[in-house]
Write a protein that binds this ligand. Structure first.
Ligand code: DGL
Length: 267
């Protein structure tokens, strides 16, 4: 039993899709969420920048006395897996649990991956999926417009800009048996993506897979415990984050959002 919070972080709103799933799985846990909104989008950063940011983000959360960390970000999970493994507290990204889930998809049809440009460029999801599912066609699709659209409020399923991007990005995936939402932001616009894919295409959420991995860590190490408390740290405008997050979570997080300084990227 351990009442310290779980640390969760992402560049912005995306990791909240993982937080939502953590809440569903473990309503009692305390959570401290870091949204690095002063430095998003992560998907446009270089590998060197991402490595620096991952170190800083992990250190920030370790400083909050967390018992485990969920890196609720496909971009960091794919570009800095060694840093996650070396973390001082038990830590999971979204890559490994997502690949495990994708490997369970029955059939022989292609497997798609939608993710940020930096994630697709790293090749990490693609390589891991090829290894886990030999002989299956893998279709990686970078979707650079989605995170900026989501963070600027284009999230409704009938938003014309969002629909236009969703139609283009899903075009190569119409024959896929399953599509991995390899960026945690994409769960927010799942309805728009779903609209252009056949009904029987499975959508696998990297965010939900990551949340499941954290539950497994806490259960297996006897670390469960808490009072369902939440705190949010953001490096950008707290009011903007509070509004977007409250809308996404379907409940107000007023009074629980605190500003942290924007950390300088040093290369
Ligand atoms: N939500 C993150 C991911 O899963 C980061 C997106 C971004 O900031 O570009 O990749």
């Amino acid at each position: 039993m351990d009442n310290r919070p779980i640390g969760v972080f992402d560049s912005g709103l995306g990791g909240l899709t993982a937080l939502r799933e953590l809440r569903r799985l473990m309503p009692e846990e305390n959570i401290v969420y870091f949204g690095d909104t002063g430095r998003l989008p992560y998907g446009e950063k270089s590998r060197e920048q991402l490595r620096c940011m991952a170190r800083q983000d992990l250190e920030l959360l370790c400083g909050q006395d967390v018992k485990a960390i969920l890196v609720a970000c496909g971009t960091l999970s794919s570009n800095t897996p060694d840093l996650l493994d070396a973390c001082a507290v038990p830590c999971s990204g979204v890559l490994r649990p997502s690949i495990e889930a994708m490997a369970r998809i029955p059939g022989t049809g292609p497997l798609g991956i939608v993710a940020t440009a930096a994630t697709i460029r790293s090749g990490a999801f693609e390589r891991a999926l090829r290894q886990a599912c030999p002989g299956r066609e893998i279709i990686p699709v970078p979707c650079p417009e989605l995170v900026p659209l989501i963070e600027s409020g284009h999230v409704e399923a009938d938003d014309p800009l969002l629909l236009d991007a969703a139609r283009r990005y899903t075009a190569p995936l119409r024959q896929a048996s399953a599509v991995l939402l390899g960026c945690t932001h994409y769960g927010i616009v799942e309805a728009a993506l779903r609209r252009f894919l056949p009904e029987d295409t499975a959508l696998v959420s990297a965010a939900a897979c990551g949340a499941g991995a954290i539950r497994h860590i806490l259960e297996s190490r006897d670390l469960l415990g808490g009072k369902g408390e939440e705190r949010y740290l953001v490096s950008g405008d707290p009011a903007v984050f509070e509004e977007g997050a409250s809308r996404l979570l379907g409940r107000s997080i007023a009074g629980r959002v605190f500003r942290t300084p924007v950390m300088r990227i040093t290369l």
